[in-house]
Design a protein around this ligand. Structure first.
Ligand code: HEC
Ligand code: HEC
Length: 368
């Protein structure tokens, strides 16, 4: 057996970074308050994959797609010989060849649909301009993104299972070669990197790591930027801000439907145990403002959620009594709401910075 150099530094380091970025991005996807970091890792993964794709055309032998083994007979032979030694493959074996191409395609599909979901559902990032047109379909974009990401995870899982079988059952040195670059082969091969490829490797790695750093640490960069506008209710509707902001925060009007506002404004004498009554003209003017900016007239994801959850409801006037609100806060314990920093469920501001200005952002949730 001869020690052969197959995988240059570029393949090994990018492989390691891909595993890391993918794992972190996937896990962060489950934490809404860390969504911006999920997007940062996902996009940085995209940079890694974009360079890998070009490397498939300009890289050295065995890294190029044309040296991949897509032969179906070889694939069948490889898959059937799980418990025995299969043919020697200098570069990628047939299963890995297919897996790599599938992962590249799924990485791009996941990222594109992720950007669509981030823009359309959250009104964030480079595709936020699509929010106002497609907001009603926000759930669909999120579902498609999850579908591709889970398929991506499944291929990663199969690829890893293959690697583990390769190492522990077939006793091949495929995994070790992804660390050292060397494989023991019957023939002696030595992959050489030219000066241009070395330079490309440097740009590849520096840009990938820098893009992650940039996305995480530059506030309001265009990939993360929030297109929801902070409202100053005192300027938009003075009476609303003064009257409805005197005992508690100004609850954003888009958090309740017209029906709820009408009901509430018709009985301000008995307002959650308080008398909040005001003169008729002011009442009319505030009600008109609330209706004009109600959940029905908003594109905000919370507005859609609240509307949907109140579909067959006729009497809810508290945001905190809507099924949507309850669902979104089921993970927050009773003790936290009762704590002296919060005191009441209705004290949104204790946890949501800027909610009194109409901003309900995942990254503006304070941990208590
Ligand atoms: C005199 C004081 C007072 C005024 C003025 C007042 N409110 Fe309230 N409001 C309350 C109290 C007290 C609660 C109950 C808060 C709690 O549950 O902790 C409440 C609750 C609410 C809630 C429900 C919060 C939840 O639990 O989801 C909404 C919505 C609301 N008020 C809107 C308004 C609007 C609109 C106006 C202006 C027309 C207004 N309030 C004026 C005292 C007031
Ligand atoms: C004790 C802290 C706390 C209080 C008080 C609180 N929230 Fe929340 N809220 C949270 C947390 C934490 C989440 C995120 C839950 C999750 O990870 O899904 C959240 C999520 C939400 C969401 C969903 C955001 C999204 O993007 O899906 C909305 C809308 C919301 N809160 C509105 C309100 C309103 C309105 C009030 C006041 C009536 C309020 N919250 C009071 C902690 C709080």
């Amino acid at each position: 057996m001869k020690k052969s150099y197959i995988w240059p530094f570029a393949n090994r380091i990018s492989h390691l970074l891909m595993m890391l970025f993918f794992a972190v991005a996937y896990i962060l996807g489950d934490f809404k308050d860390l969504l911006n970091y999920h997007v940062a890792f996902g996009l940085a993964l995209g940079v890694l994959f974009a360079f890998r794709t070009v490397w498939g055309f300009i890289g050295p032998k065995y890294s190029r797609f044309k040296d991949f083994n897509f032969n179906l007979y070889d694939l069948k032979d490889y898959l059937l010989s799980v418990f025995s030694k299969s043919k020697e493959y200098v570069g990628h074996n047939p299963a890995s060849s297919y897996a790599i191409v599938a992962m590249i395609v799924l990485a791009f599909l996941s990222i594109i649909t992720g950007l669509l979901a981030y823009g359309i559902e959250e009104n964030h990032g480079v595709l936020a301009f699509l929010h106002s047109t497609y907001f009603k379909k926000m759930e669909i974009f999120k579902d498609i993104h999850e579908f591709f990401s889970n398929l991506f995870l499944a291929i990663v899982g199969i690829h890893m299972a293959g690697a583990i079988i390769d190492k522990f059952i077939k006793k091949s040195d495929a995994i070790d070669s992804m660390v050292s670059g060397y494989k023991k082969l019957t023939q002696s091969v030595h992959v050489k990197i030219n000066i241009f490829q070395s330079f490309y490797t440097l740009v590849w790695i520096v840009l990938s790591v820098f893009s992650l750093y940039y996305l995480i640490f530059t506030k309001n960069n265009i990939f993360i930027a929030n297109a929801n506008i902070k409202q100053n209710y005192a300027l938009i509707h003075k009476d609303f801000a003064n009257e409805c902001g005197s005992c508690h925060i100004t609850y954003p009007p888009f958090l309740l439907p017209k029906k709820s506002w009408t009901l509430m404004m018709s009985d301000l004498e008995n307002h959650f145990g308080d008398d909040a009554s005001i003169d008729k003209a002011t009442n009319h003017s505030i009600l008109a403002f609330l209706k004009q900016n109600s959940a029905e007239n908003s594109t905000h994801q919370a507005a859609l959620g609240i509307l949907k959850s109140l579909k067959d409801d006729n009497g809810t006037i508290a945001i905190t009594k809507t099924p949507f609100w309850k669902k979104r806060h089921e993970k927050v314990s009773k003790d936290i709401f009762a704590s002296k920093e919060v005191k009441s469920r209705a004290n949104c501001k204790a946890c949501h910075t800027d909610i009194q200005n109409g901003l309900i952002e995942n990254d503006l949730i304070k941990s208590i």
